[in-house]
Design a protein around this ligand. Structure first.
Ligand code: SF4
Length: 472
């Protein structure tokens, strides 16, 4: 049984002690989930950034650092320090490397706590640490040729901030060690019972087996007071919520949908939405690529670059045409915009799902290519968000509290799905495009085809959802 506590375990402990106990003491019952494509990409990017940190040390003959230095303590802590510098003054400096563009201390990440854990572990193992730095990326860095490490990397001294947190973190670490030493815990319920679904981890169902699938957590934007009120009355199942309970109109629709086992539809609002669409209707979707280390000149860390699109054009006579574009080289999207200029006519609505994303890409592309800004702004002025209909005018409890196209499509158009495709989600598309640009042989055509079919399915899904709404 692995009861050693790493930085990752400790950070998870701070969010939820019970889940760490389960992970350490009962790993067979811990729902590990998949190491998603997204997480794999983040891990790869971390190593890539570390390469540039190593390079920056090499570029300075006065400084040397050891990387991936490990410390273990007798009481059960383990730390792998990203970089440790022992400078000529005898000072020992700990570097925690992050691929983000700032030092984060939000609900999800606390880089200072990460560094604090590493320092405490190293010191308990007998290593003195004088200063602590977070190395992160400069979000304003714009690539020009080879990566300039001095402009790309930001070294932020967090020694004082770590010192402020040290005594509190020492206490938390000891509590974490004590907890994983326990042979059992109370498995009856967990504190997320009082929090919204976005806080729940994969372990929620294990600790709360009495919560049904269609529960109060499916009610969109339910405030804490109402959630706690339900829990105090023992109401978890949506079917047990009294009809007269004061809820917002969308929450009421969700409740009615769950109780009646059928969707709740505001026909008037949907009619108005459909009547506002102008033919030809352009169903449009981008796929983008982003990376911590900017791939091409004029790109910045984590900035999205549109690399492909799919466009279904529906005429007033019902004729449907498909256009598509896929960039196969690492470069800014000039060719993509030029193809858009050919494919888009001057009139007609542009329909996207979660249109704010497409609008943002158009604005960013206008910044890269000011001579194209007028065309791209024109596209944005015609943009309509199909997802909005499913936020308030068509509510179905089977969407599971989400309005993502991947949740809506299988319910309203079950005959159309993504299961026959090699690429089935945006993260995989991004990773696949990365393989495409590095691929020179005949495999490249197959990879390209997989990407094209995925993006095409997204816009075809919008067409079918539109037809479904018309049929209503
Ligand atoms: S759902 Fe339960 S086990 Fe998971 S993070 Fe929340 S409190 Fe912890």
């Amino acid at each position: 049984m692995d009861t050693q506590i790493t930085k990752t375990d400790f950070i998870q402990y701070l969010k939820c002690p019970k889940s760490v106990w389960l992970l350490k003491r009962s790993p067979d019952t811990y729902p590990h989930g998949e190491f998603s494509t997204f997480l794999q990409k983040i891990t790869r990017e971390g190593y890539e950034v570390e390469r540039y940190v190593k390079q920056s040390f090499k570029e300075d003959p006065e400084r040397t650092a050891d990387f991936q230095v490990t410390y273990e303590t007798e009481d059960g802590l383990f730390a792998r320090i990203d970089a440790l510098e022992k400078n000529t003054d005898g000072e020992c400096i700990l570097y925690e490397i992050k691929s983000s563009t700032s030092v984060k201390t939000d609900k999800k990440h606390n880089h200072i706590k990460d560094a604090c854990f590493q320092k405490i572990c190293a010191e308990r193992a007998g290593q003195r640490i004088d200063r602590v730095y977070i190395v992160h990326l400069n979000g304003k860095y714009c690539r020009e040729g080879e990566i300039d490490t001095s402009a790309f990397l930001t070294f932020t001294d967090v020694t004082d901030r770590v010192a402020e947190l040290t005594s509190e973190t020492e206490v938390e670490i000891d509590a974490a060690l004590k907890l994983v030493g326990e042979t059992d815990i109370d498995r009856n319920g967990c504190s997320c019972l009082r929090k919204s679904r976005s806080n729940h981890c994969d372990t929620f169902a294990l600790f709360n087996p009495g919560v049904p699938k269609q529960s109060i957590y499916s009610l969109p934007r339910l405030d804490d007071k109402k959630r706690n009120n339900f829990i105090a009355k023992g109401i978890l199942d949506l079917n047990d919520v009294p009809d007269a309970y004061p809820l917002s109109s969308t929450q009421e629709m969700m409740l009615r949908s769950a109780k009646a086992s059928e969707p709740q539809v505001n026909h008037l609002e949907i009619e108005e939405f459909l009547a506002g669409l102008l033919f030809p209707i352009y169903f449009f979707d981008f796929e983008t690529y982003s990376s911590a280390v900017p791939l091409v000149d004029r790109a910045s860390p984590h900035k999205h670059i549109p690399v492909q699109y799919s466009l279904h054009i529906l005429g007033a006579d019902g004729a449907l045409m498909h256009k598509e574009f896929l960039e196969r080289e690492a470069q800014l999207p000039r060719r993509l915009i030029e193809q858009m200029e050919t494919d888009f006519g001057e009139e007609g609505s542009v329909v996207s799902w979660h249109a704010s994303f497409e609008e943002k890409q158009n604005r960013e592309m206008g910044n890269w290519f000011p001579e194209k800004a007028e065309f791209l702004t024109g596209i944005n002025s015609r943009m309509v968000d199909l997802e909005g209909v499913f936020k308030s005018s068509y509510v179905d409890a089977r969407f599971d509290g989400s309005t993502s196209i991947k949740k809506v499509l299988p319910v309203v158009c079950p005959e159309l799905n993504y299961q026959d495709l090699d690429v089935q989600d945006g993260s995989t598309a991004m990773e696949t495009w990365e393989r495409l640009i590095g691929s020179k042989d005949e495999a490249a055509d197959e990879i390209a085809d997989n990407l094209l079919r995925y993006c095409e399915r997204d816009t075809l899904a919008m067409v079918e959802i539109y037809r479904f709404l018309i049929a209503l």
